[in-house]
Design a binder for this molecule. Structure first.
Ligand SMILES: [Zn+2]
Length: 380
């Protein structure tokens, strides 16, 4: 392929070191990040990596101000690489991150495989390991390619026959996580997110009734029962959902009367924004948007109980819940808007993911929640 044509391909990923290396490189598209990128890779030894499905030939990083920065082959020639976008090396980012994470936890004989017989690159990543001095090997399978439920179940049965233990992680496109949720109540998801000149691997736990909350891999650990993320509880019989606080169901949300509002006169604040000992109504929407924030920290029993009551109806919530001294009206507004925005963004993420899976009932549920969040935001 002539080099002029290469330029139009917009190759955003390469490997560094050698043609067969598994060290992925991601070139951000904006010129502003280019210099930072080159400082990180002064030797500029980039290749159209064979683990990316590439030809193995040398690539050069091109800087442009009027179009996206990208890699181009130094010498023109045949290259059959199919996937060149910014996500095209995610299988390598994921494989390396999981292997490093397992080694850090002192698991032994950790090996990553990107190629399997009968499978193309980017369809799956296998990480095998041993634990506790036992020679028996366990497997973590990252399913990236889309598969049917039947195909997945067949693979699962086969793998359980071959390995001492099998853990599934589902990539953004596998469309299988819902089946795993049906089976065990949750599914472990994995994705890459661009962060400067690299791509960060994130893990999330998918439940049937909540958006996936993405967290760094470092906040999880591997156990005998599988990956233990903060959203899960380790019990003597296995991992299960950590019950943190009541979750309003869509029907409950629909029941919240329109009189529930964040306006100052409703929450007992004076026009100056000074809070008093007056009773304060905790709006249900606030509970909803606060959910994400509170997931990471234990909630005092009293506050938890009061919020449960507040959700059930309009009750008097002790002022102490809001903290002392009381926040100003502006602070309350800013905080509520921030939470609302955070919640809506999280719901949009969820929408994106559900949209991929074409689960219309869940789609409608998220749309209802977004509408509710927007309604509950402070009016100017
Ligand atoms: Zn190539």
């Amino acid at each position: 392929m002539p080099i002029e044509e290469e330029d139009t391909r917009k190759v955003q990923t390469a490997v560094a070191g050698s043609p067969g290396a598994d060290r992925p490189v991601y070139l951000p598209m904006d010129a502003a990040s280019y210099d930072h990128f080159i400082r990180e890779y002064p030797s500029r030894d980039f290749y159209c990596g064979t683990l990316l499905g590439g030809c193995g030939k040398k690539l050069s990083a091109r800087k442009y101000r009027d179009k996206k920065c990208h890699f181009a082959h130094v010498v023109s020639g045949q290259c059959r690489r199919v996937s060149t976008n910014e996500a095209s090396a995610d299988h390598l980012y994921i494989g390396r991150a999981l292997a490093a994470w397992m080694k850090k936890q002192k698991y032994k004989n950790v090996q990553v495989r990107y190629r399997q017989r009968g499978q193309s690159l980017r369809e799956l990543v296998d990480i095998s390991y041993t634990r506790g001095g036992s020679p028996r090997r366990h497997l973590m399978r990252v399913q990236l390619a889309r598969r049917s439920k039947t195909e997945w179940e067949r693979s699962d049965t086969e793998l359980h026959g071959q390995w001492a233990g099998v853990q599934w992680l589902f990539g953004p496109d596998s469309m299988l996580a819902n089946w795993q949720v049906d089976r065990q109540g949750y599914a472990i998801r994995i994705q890459c997110r661009p962060a400067g000149i690299t791509r960060v691997v994130e893990v999330g736990v998918q439940f049937a009734d909540a958006p996936v909350e993405w967290i760094p891999l470092s906040r999880c650990r591997m156990t005998a029962y599988g990956i233990h993320a903060p959203a899960l509880e380790l019990t003597p019989t296995g991992l299960s959902r950590l019950d943190r606080e009541p979750r309003p169901s869509p029907s409950r949300l629909a029941e919240v009367p329109p009189s529930v509002s964040h306006r100052a006169q409703d929450v007992g604040l004076s026009p100056s924004g000074e809070s008093s000992l007056a009773p304060v109504i905790a709006p249900a929407a606030d509970l909803l948007v606060r959910k994400r924030r509170t997931l990471e920290r234990p909630k005092p029993v009293e506050s938890h109980h009061a919020q449960r009551e507040a959700l059930a109806g309009l009750v008097r919530v002790p002022h102490s819940i809001l903290g002392a001294p009381g926040p100003s009206l502006e602070q309350l507004r800013a905080e509520d808007d921030r939470r609302g925005t955070e919640r809506v963004l999280s719901l949009l993420d969820r929408l994106d993911q559900i949209g991929d899976d074409l689960h219309l009932d869940q789609l409608q549920k998220v749309l209802r929640e977004i509408a509710f969040c927007e309604e509950a935001m402070w009016s100017p």
